[in-house]
Design a protein around this ligand. Structure first.
Ligand SMILES: Cc1cc2nc3c(=O)[nH]c(=O)nc-3n(C[C@H](O)[C@H](O)[C@H](O)COP(=O)(O)O)c2cc1C
Ligand SMILES: [Mn+2]
Length: 480
């Protein structure tokens, strides 16, 4: 897939289909729970999914673009393990010489402007069983700093309240919160656009953490870097905030400071429901769309772990490898929700630097709760390999760092009101290295040239499911 096509979700879907990376669900599906239920079964598989027939709607629903790093690697034309380094490089390029977006005269997102806003016309799914309603959870918010006019991009979840009202969750410390507070101080409302159905360049730009993209920079330029060309915007009708020219839908919205409405529950990236609480109200003033739009949704889980997680990894790698010589690679584990547990690989150069790596990693990404540092002979993407380092190299008396009452991520139930304890595990060999910590290794022998004879495996009665009383699992439908 070429960089010049990843700015447009319609082209991405075409390309995924052409290389066998798209599953089409052709049965009719209900937006309430069924669509997400099917997506949850297919989550993490080798294909993204297009729900072609959605009950009561003409537009299809697309999901799964980020749930497999293999698909992402294919999309970005890079080996999977090179992704954090590639993303870090794009962000570094942008920091050094930003390629600002351009405003163009027209774009696909303005093919249709609805005479009146009616969100019931959009195929917005209800995901988990206890979710408070249908949600936009994959749209990119573009807003302007009320003081400086600098643009910001972010992703927030929006619960649909009625035909033209949303309630939004803005986590503490987000730039959108800062902008809303600034608008409030000026006694003004905050206009923004919500752009639905975009490619990974813009999605990543929006998910770039504040530590890499401070509030005084236009982080839309990060998308330009991924695309290899300036991101295209078009003017809206209601304010000076632009729409993303190649989005599927763009909603022109307004928040009036102080206006709150109940939002939640929502099945979150943590595997828990986010609580229902009063959160900012959003008025949708205008709705633009393509003539044939596709609605993108993300079920909280692997897709977020691979997008927020990948951006977090890239940023930690960029910052920490500069601060602590010897840091080679970073992985945000899926068990850690892509947010809370970083595993860092390093080649130790001096005693004590593995502890420095723990401190620098926590500083580089505030939502982290756990940091595990291992030597670079450990596969940081393998939970059992990391456990091996912990089981054989961690000195529990001196290698565990606990930081109490630190700022963390409010969605994590062990951080009530964003405050909790963090823990770092130094699972590196004692430095300088001693013989007993040398990892045993075998000669790498390619099996291609080795003749191996086998017989089919025969399962004896005692090991078969029938003998243990477990019924074999029914296998309906086509395997993905
Ligand atoms: C799919 C997805 C959903 C997200 N949902 C929210 C959300 O509901 N609220 C929020 O504050 N951040 C959410 N985030 C994280 C922010 O978008 C992300 O941290 C971003 O960097 C914030 O931008 P800012 O640094 O400009 O504030 C989400 C991220 C992704 C990828
Ligand atoms: Mn920002």
């Amino acid at each position: 897939m070429t960089a010049s096509r990843i700015h447009d979700l319609a082209l991405i879907i075409e390309d995924l289909d052409a290389c066998g990376r798209l599953a089409r669900v052709t049965s009719e599906v209900d937006l309430a729970h069924d669509l997400a239920g099917i997506a949850a079964e297919l989550e993490g598989g080798p294909r993204a999914v297009l729900f072609e027939k959605v009950k009561g709607h003409a537009a299809p629903v697309f999901t799964g673009l980020y749930w497999s790093r293999d698909v992402l690697a294919e999309l970005l034309g890079r080996p999977e393990r090179a992704l954090p380094g590639y993303v870090a490089q794009c962000i570094r390029n942008w920091q050094q010489r930003p390629m600002d977006p351009v405003v163009v005269a027209d774009g696909p997102v303005r093919e249709v402007t609805e005479a009146e806003v009616d969100l019931a016309k959009l195929p917005i799914p209800i995901h988990a069983l206890k979710d408070g309603g249908p949600y936009f959870d994959a749209g990119v918010v573009v807003a302007r700093d009320p003081d400086t006019g600098v643009r910001n991009a972010s992703i927030q979840r929006f619960m649909v309240q009625d035909r033209d009202t949303l309630h939004v969750n803005i986590d503490a410390g987000r730039h959108l919160e800062l902008y809303l507070n600034k608008a409030s101080a000026k006694g003004r409302s905050l206009p923004f656009t919500l752009n639905l159905g975009v490619g990974p360049g813009l999605h990543f730009a929006a998910a770039t953490p504040a530590e890499a993209a401070p509030a005084d920079t236009d982080e839309l330029g990060i998308a330009s870097e991924f695309h290899g060309a300036p991101l295209e915007l078009v003017r809206g009708d209601c304010s000076d905030v632009e729409l993303v020219a190649h989005a599927m839908y763009a909603l022109e919205c307004e928040m009036i400071p102080g206006e709150l409405g109940e939002e939640g529950p929502f099945a979150e990236v943590t595997g828990y429901y986010a609580r229902r609480e009063p959160r900012p109200v959003v008025h949708v003033r205008r709705l633009h769309r393509r003539r044939n739009p596709v609605f993108q949704t993300i079920i909280s889980g692997k897709e977020v772990w691979n997008s927020v997680g990948l951006l977090g990894e890239a940023n930690v790698l960029a910052l920490v490898s500069r601060q602590v010589p010897g840091v080679k690679d970073v992985y945000f584990t899926h068990g850690g929700c892509g947010f809370y547990h970083a595993v860092v690989a390093m080649q130790q150069k001096r005693a004590g630097w593995s502890k420095q790596a723990i401190l620098a990693t926590f500083a580089a990404f505030p939502p982290l709760k756990m940091v595990t540092v291992v030597d670079d002979d450990v596969d940081i993407r393998s939970a059992s390999d990391v456990e091996w380092a912990m089981a054989t190299r961690l000195d529990p008396k001196h290698g565990i760092v606990v930081i109490e009452r630190a700022f963390g991520h409010g969605l994590n139930p062990s951080f009530p009101d964003y405050v909790g304890a963090k823990v770092g595990f130094d699972c590196c060999r004692a430095f300088p290295f001693r013989y007993e910590h040398d990892r045993a290794a075998y000669k790498k022998v390619p099996l291609a040239g080795v003749a191996i004879a086998t017989k089919p495996i025969v399962t004896r009665a005692a090991a078969s499911p029938a003998a243990t009383g477990d019924a074999p699992k029914a296998s309906g439908g086509q395997a993905m």
